[in-house]
Write a protein that binds this ligand. Structure first.
Ligand SMILES: Cc1cc2nc3c(=O)[nH]c(=O)nc-3n(C[C@H](O)[C@H](O)[C@H](O)COP(=O)(O)OP(=O)(O)OC[C@H]3O[C@@H](n4cnc5c(N)ncnc54)[C@H](O)[C@@H]3O)c2cc1C
Ligand SMILES: *[C@@H]1O[C@H](CO)[C@@H](O)[C@H](O)[C@H]1NC(C)=O
Ligand SMILES: *[C@@H]1O[C@H](CO)[C@@H](O)[C@H](O)[C@H]1NC(C)=O
Ligand SMILES: *[C@@H]1O[C@H](CO)[C@@H](O)[C@H](O)[C@H]1NC(C)=O
Ligand SMILES: *[C@@H]1O[C@H](CO)[C@@H](O)[C@H](O)[C@H]1NC(C)=O
Ligand SMILES: *[C@@H]1O[C@H](CO)[C@@H](O)[C@H](O)[C@H]1NC(C)=O
Length: 469
């Protein structure tokens, strides 16, 4: 701690050191990322509460040659909100967390520093409104929205970034602009998929929808007993998601030492049974629970705790993670995945999981958005796959990283001519810069660099994996 310089005193907005807490505890909490495996030492730490403060902080970094990084919820898997490396000036957006709904227009202004659980509750309390967002209540709106945002409404409502109408942005030269389809459209395109590299967003205007109240929440249990049984289930699921999964159905397969298949259906129980039963029988899934839930209970069913996020945020894990966004996995790739599971994962006693979110296909609102309307490069991905390996306590030994690296490689080696996409919101710290750029942004990367040169030619906003790094 001693070497940290919280030096922006001249700007008048230090990290709040309130009297009811030990100042060092507050500082320590601010510097503690969600992923404790990946910690960094900032050069300085600003907690602005006005746009002018953000402008001043950006100017301070730019004029002193200190790289500037915005932080919202601090949930980046690579701790990119703390810079992703030592020595950045961090702009902590926690005090930009207002949620204001215009019920007539069905729009909402939402600060990037809001955490999803609080934002969902505030939207609901203002005319039962909602947006499409991720499941974990502690995640910040900022990082989630600027790089994707997949959750329980995405198949019908799109990604979080698909619902942004407008963003207010402090640019590298400290000017404040609006980005939308009509104002600074190139910036708006780049922000929605690669936002961290282009400025500090101080507000999002979203389109909202009225929260659905009679939702079928399901969770089935599944214990594949062999590689071929897992391959059969995955083959059936992939085929269903690509060709038959309706927009009302959102779901995911969570493969771990206990495997679940869960989700939400926005429709009637009888329609749900008609759609699901043939799939369950093809996948070899039997028992489970199905219930009808209000909107807030639907969110709580997947939130791993209460929606409300109050006090000093102090939830953490220690993990290494990777992702794949396949448009299609060949039979060889599915076999390789399943064999690797059988040979290397089943016997692994750490808390690993492989999550398959049913992201795309011809019934998905994500896939229907045209490829060139945002910089998010994974419109056609059938699955959003997240590989996660964590320890309950203690440090993550780097010698464990080959476990997940090998699993991903087994799949990609089976389809050598395909550039598999990867999701920067599941940042993989083992990727080189070039690998990150190629897999996170695919064909959009070149245009992103052009927009970067236009809005941040001096690279005030930098990071180990972001655009232009
Ligand atoms: C427990 C957990 C559950 C998750 N569940 C989901 C899920 O269901 N769906 C999903 O899609 N993702 C999910 N994620 C991934 C999540 O979307 C990303 O980690 C996201 O980037 C976190 O945003 P943040 O603001 O909390 O993180 P931060 O670390 O604060 O920021 C992440 C990145 O965004 C940049 N950034 C943040 N705020 C701003 C801003 N105002 N202006 C410019 N750049 C900014 C940061 O510089 C950094 O590069 C989950 C993550 C965790 C840890
Ligand atoms: C900023 O947020 C913190 C809580 O995270 C709060 O204690 C503080 O009063 C806020 N500051 C301003 C100026 O709003
Ligand atoms: C949030 O709302 C409060 C109360 O209206 C206001 O004082 C504050 O300036 C707002 N914060 C931001 C960052 O807009
Ligand atoms: C998706 O494609 C399949 C054929 O592959 C077709 O039967 C189905 O109707 C399509 N669904 C939608 C929602 O377009
Ligand atoms: C998705 O596939 C369609 C054709 O099926 C193609 O036109 C489109 O460009 C693809 N989008 C991306 C982002 O690759
Ligand atoms: C700030 O940067 C933007 C984007 O590059 C540019 O349009 C604008 O003219 C710049 N403003 C100033 C004052 O230099």
């Amino acid at each position: 701690m001693g070497s940290l310089a919280f030096f922006i005193a001249s700007l008048g907005f230090l990290l709040p050191l309130v009297s009811n807490a030990n100042p060092l505890d507050k500082r320590a909490a601010a510097l503690k990322p969600f992923n404790l495996r990946v910690t960094f030492k900032p050069a300085a730490y600003a907690v602005p509460s006005t746009i002018q403060h953000v402008q001043d902080a950006v100017a301070c970094g730019a004029s002193n040659g200190v790289t500037v990084t915005a932080k919202s919820g601090g949930h980046s898997y690579g701790s990119h909100g703390l810079g992703g490396e030592d020595g950045h000036l961090i702009i902590d957006m926690r005090n930009f967390s207002n949620v204001t709904v215009d019920q007539t227009a069905q729009t909402a202004n939402i600060g990037p520093g809001g955490r999803l659980g609080n934002v969902a509750t505030a939207l609901y309390n203002q005319g039962k409104q909602a947006i499409s967002h991720g499941t974990c209540p502690g995640v910040g709106v900022g990082g989630l929205t600027l790089h994707g945002g997949y959750g329980l409404s995405s198949r019908g409502r799109g990604l979080t970034l698909d619902n942004v109408l407008e963003a207010t942005v402090v640019l590298a030269n400290s000017t404040v602009v609006t980005a939308s389809t009509t104002q600074n459209p190139d910036l708006f395109w780049a922000l929605r998929g690669a936002g961290a590299a282009f400025g500090v967003v101080t507000n999002f205007k979203f389109k909202t929808f009225t929260a659905p109240e009679n939702n079928i929440v399901f969770q089935y249990f599944f214990s594949p007993s062999s590689a071929s049984q897992l391959a059969t289930a995955l083959t059936a699921l992939q085929d269903f998601t690509r060709n038959s999964q309706p927009p009302e159905l959102n779901m995911r397969l969570f493969l771990s030492s206990f495997t679940t298949f869960s989700g939400v259906y926005y429709g009637s129980r009888s329609d749900f049974d008609k759609i699901m039963n043939p799939l369950l029988s093809k996948m070899g899934i039997g028992s489970g629970t199905v219930s009808t839930n209000s909107w807030l209970n639907t969110l709580t069913s997947f939130s791993n705790g209460p929606l409300a996020q109050t006090g000093t945020y102090d939830t953490h894990e220690t993990f290494f993670s990777k992702s794949l966004m396949p448009e299609y996995m060949s039979p060889e790739a599915i076999t390789a995945l399943s064999n690797y599971w059988n040979a290397n994962a089943r016997s692994n006693s750490r808390q690993w999981y492989l999550l398959f979110d049913c992201h795309g296909g011809n019934g998905s609102a994500i896939t229907k958005v045209s490829a060139d309307s945002t910089s998010y490069a994974h419109r056609n991905a059938t699955f959003k796959m997240q590989f996660y390996d964590r320890v309950a306590s203690g440090n993550y030994d780097p010698s464990w990283m080959p476990f997940l690296n090998g699993w991903v490689k087994s799949i990609t080696d089976a389809m050598p001519s395909v550039n598999f996409g990867m999701y920067i919101n599941y940042a993989d710290t083992s990727l080189t810069k070039d690998e990150a750029h190629t897999h996170y942004w695919k064909d959009n990367y070149k245009k992103l660099v052009d927009v970067k040169m236009q809005y941040d030619p001096k690279r005030v906003f930098e990071g180990p994996q972001i655009v232009g790094s």
